[in-house]
Design a protein around this ligand. Structure first.
Ligand SMILES: [Zn+2]
Length: 407
């Protein structure tokens, strides 16, 4: 977009130019000249805003480089200005990151949950992770924190999870509010992972994509025209609980969900029926083993030990996932799908099956290409996404083009 021929409105200059300059510098380091050209405003106006941002220490400038003409000074976001923390809570681990204003990671820490988890340990682990993030981030610079997890009730700020005894509601937000003066935000785990892809992963710059998470369960996050779909109630994405995949009872109480045949719960059933894979003794204890360990042992048997039964079972799960992906593609037609989650450790087994389904190019996709990529963000993706939600609040502004030629 070259706006040098456009005039932006006074309204935009008054209300958004400061933020727009900050966002522009965030996307790529700038010079004063490049900003003047981009926004098409007077050099003085740009200078005023730049000086303000420098004074607030939100941006920093490089030492001048001699160019022959005017000295060249590059403007960059100051990653040390303030920190934003994202904490993802799931059954296996609680993971947290702190991130600076420039989106660079400052610190990360995780705690492993014993399972099935008692209410108290579970909450203690959350407190442990948050305390670490705060203690290891100098000068109280964490100004905002976003919790991401399976079931947050935005109505009463509580967290609901089957990992907590009797699905008891845990109001740790109130606990933290009493403890410190931070702003808290709640998000679902899948939205955070999708947001992490959008900001830092394979979804960067992609207008329409879907992120599939194959971990203990199955979920999907949709970005449509650059906007994360959160539905009316912020609970969409439960791909694992779409039905008619089997006649087994699901953990959610309904019959035949995708997760009954393709998730850690399906893996548990498989291992129970094949006790030689984990050993008889371990199989007897399967219900008290952490889910993360179960997935690990299962994947090891397929990938490292090349156990034929495990490989076939995993291929069977991948076929179910492929159908679920296909359904989403048929409904939403994204240009890219991104796949992540623990199960993707076995991507050499899983990916060809999914690709085979997608490449079949059924009607009406005969002449359309859909990219399939595997996430590279690793296990901190949910926490990174939590922090990305906070950064989005800072950088998200109405696009300048809406404000051109209004006057
Ligand atoms: Zn279900």
């Amino acid at each position: 977009m070259n706006n040098s021929n456009n005039k932006i409105s006074q309204y935009f200059v008054r209300n958004y130019l400061n933020k727009a300059i900050l966002k522009r510098i965030f996307l790529k380091p700038q010079t004063r000249t490049s900003l003047i050209e981009y926004f098409g405003v007077r050099p003085n106006t740009i200078s005023e805003h730049i000086n303000e941002l420098l004074e607030e220490e939100k941006i920093i400038q490089s030492d001048p480089i001699k160019t022959g003409g005017r000295d060249l000074v590059t403007l960059k976001i100051n990653n040390n200005h303030s920190y934003y923390a994202g904490v993802v809570i799931d059954g296996e681990k609680i993971k947290g990151v702190t991130m600076g204003l420039a989106g660079e990671l400052v610190y990360k820490y995780s705690a492993i949950n014993p399972q099935p988890s008692g209410n108290k340990e579970f909450v203690n682990n959350i407190i442990d992770v948050v305390s670490h993030l705060i203690d290891n981030t100098q000068d109280n610079k964490i100004c905002s924190l976003c919790f991401a997890g399976e079931h947050f009730s935005t109505k009463d700020n509580t967290y609901h999870s089957e990992y907590i005894d009797n699905y008891e509601m845990v109001d740790f937000i109130s606990y933290f509010k009493k403890l410190m003066k931070l702003k808290f935000k709640l998000q679902s785990g899948i939205y955070s992972k999708t947001m992490a892809e959008r900001w830092f992963g394979k979804g960067k710059g992609i207008e329409n994509f879907a992120f599939f998470n194959f971990g203990t369960g199955v979920s999907v996050g949709i970005v449509n025209k650059n906007i994360l779909n959160q539905g009316a109630y912020q609970i969409g994405g439960q791909l694992g609980h779409t039905r008619k995949f089997s006649d087994k009872k699901c953990r959610c109480g309904r019959i035949g969900c995708l997760e009954t045949v393709a998730s850690v719960w399906a893996v548990k059933d498989f291992l129970r029926n094949n006790p030689d894979i984990l050993s008889e003794q371990m199989t007897k204890k399967i219900d008290i083993l952490p889910l993360a360990n179960i997935i690990d042992s299962y994947l090891n048997s397929a990938i490292i030990e090349q156990n034929r039964k495990s490989i076939l079972h995993l291929m069977g799960m991948a076929e179910y996932w492929a159908i679920a992906i296909r359904n989403i593609i048929d409904i939403l037609a994204p240009s890219k799908i991104i796949i992540g989650g623990t199960m993707l450790r076995a991507k050499n087994i899983i990916l060809p099956i999914i690709e085979n389904e997608i490449r079949s190019k059924l009607f009406p996709f005969e002449d359309k290409d859909i990219l399939i990529e595997v996430s590279e963000l690793g296990e901190y993706n949910g926490a990174i996404g939590g922090a990305a939600f906070l950064l989005e609040e800072i950088y998200n502004i109405p696009e300048p083009e809406y404000f051109f030629d209004l006057i």
